[in-house]
Design a protein around this ligand. Sequence first.
Ligand code: C5P
Length: 424
Amino acid sequence: MAMCLTRNAKGDMMNGKRILLVIGGGIAAMKAPQLIRLLRAEGAAVTPVLTQAGAQFTTAMTVSVLAGEAAQAGLWDIASEAEIGHIQLSRNADLVVVAPATADLLAKMAHGLADDLASTLLLATDKRVLVAPAMNVRMWHHPATQRNLRTLRDDGILFVGPEDGDMACGEFGTGRMSEPEAIVAAIREELAPPAPLKLLPESQVRSGALAGRHVIVTSGPTHEPIDPVRYIANRSSGAQGTAIAAALRDMGARVSFVTGPAEVAPPEGVTVIRVQTARQMRDAVEAALPADAAVMAAAVADWRIKNSWAKKMKKDGSGKPPSLEMTENPDILAWVSQAGARRPRLVVGFAAETNDVVAHATDKRLRKGCDWIVANDVSEGTGIMGGSENAVTVITEDGPEEWPRMAKNAVARKLAQKIAGVIG
Ligand code: C5P
C-alpha cells in the first residue's frame, strides 16, 4: 500500500512514543481518523487495530493512510503474524488506547476474552491501557456494564470520558465518546515523564512545611467478608499508619486517612474515611485524589472470597466443610502509582518482610512503581508487628537507607520530614 502521509510534527510532546490504537465498532469510530491525525501531529507513531465492527464505521484504508502504517485487523493473518505477532504488537507500544471502547469490548476486557486481534492483544499487553467508552446511555447504565467498569478500574485500566450529550441514536445521556482533543490530552498526561523528586535535607524542612498540601494515608487491615458474620483479616493494628497521619497533620498537611477496621483510634484533625474491604479502600483512595502524596501503610488483604455468602453459612449435616474460592484484590499501591495524571507526586509504599528485606523491598518498589518503600523485618522475635517500635529501611531511587530502631511515632515524624523535603 502506498503511504503518502509524511510526519507533520507540530510539537514533540509525543516524539518517539508509539500508541497502539484499538478502534471498536460504534458510530464514534468516525472520530478515529481525527484522533490519529492529532496524535501524529504531536509526533506519536500510531498502530491502528480495527475490530471487525470498527471496520464497519471507518475503513482500514483511511486509518492506514493517516497513521502511515497498515491497520491490523485479523488474528489469523499469517503474514503479519510472522512479521510482528499480536503479542509483540502490544509490547511495542508505550500506551494502548481503545477508542471507541464499546460495551462489548469492555465486557471482553473485563472477562479476559480473546477471540479476535483487538481482544487478544488487550489481554496480552503489559502496557497501560486507556479506554474512551462510547455507547448508548442505557447500555452504559446497565448493571452488567457498570460491573465490568468496576472490574476494569480494579485492574488499573484508565478511562477518559464518556461525556453526557445527544447520542447518534436520538437519546440523551452519558455515553458519548470524548472528543479526540480530550483523548489526546489524556494520552499526553499518561505519557508525560514524572517530574524528578527533589529532596531537601531534613535540617532545612520547616515546621508547617506541609501547609496547603494534601496527603492520603491508608492504614490498618482490611476485612474481607466470607458471609455476613465472618471475614478474613490480618493482625495489623494500624499503629504505624495512624502515627504517620498524625505526624503529617502536625506539619500542616490536610490528611485523608483511609482506614480499615484498626485497633488504634484514628488521630484527631484528619479526614477519616472508614472502610472494610480492599475494594472499598481503593474506591476511597480514588475519591480522595488529587493529592500531593500518598502513603500506603495499610495491610491490604491480597485476596478476597470470590462469591461471599449473602446469608450466614450453616452446617448442612453432611460433615463436609464449605470450600472457599479466592480471587485477587486490587493492588491499591500499584494502581495509585500508575494513575497517570492523577498520580500523587510522591507515592510511598510499605513492605513487611520476614527475610531478605532490602532485596524484596527493592524489587517491590520497581514492581509497584512507587517512589519509596518503607521496609521492615516482621519476622518472629523482632517484636515489631503489634509492638510500639519499628526498625525500617527506606528504599528510594538512590538505594536503601537504614534507620535505627525507634518508636513508631519517631519513625512517623522522620518520614513526615522526609516527605516534606519533597512536597513541602
Ligand atoms: O505486596 P505487599 O502486600 O507486600 O505490598 C505492601 C504494600 O502494598 C503496602 O504499602 C500496602 O499498603 C500496599 N498494598 C496495596 N494493595 C494491596 C496489597 C498491598 O495497596 N492489595
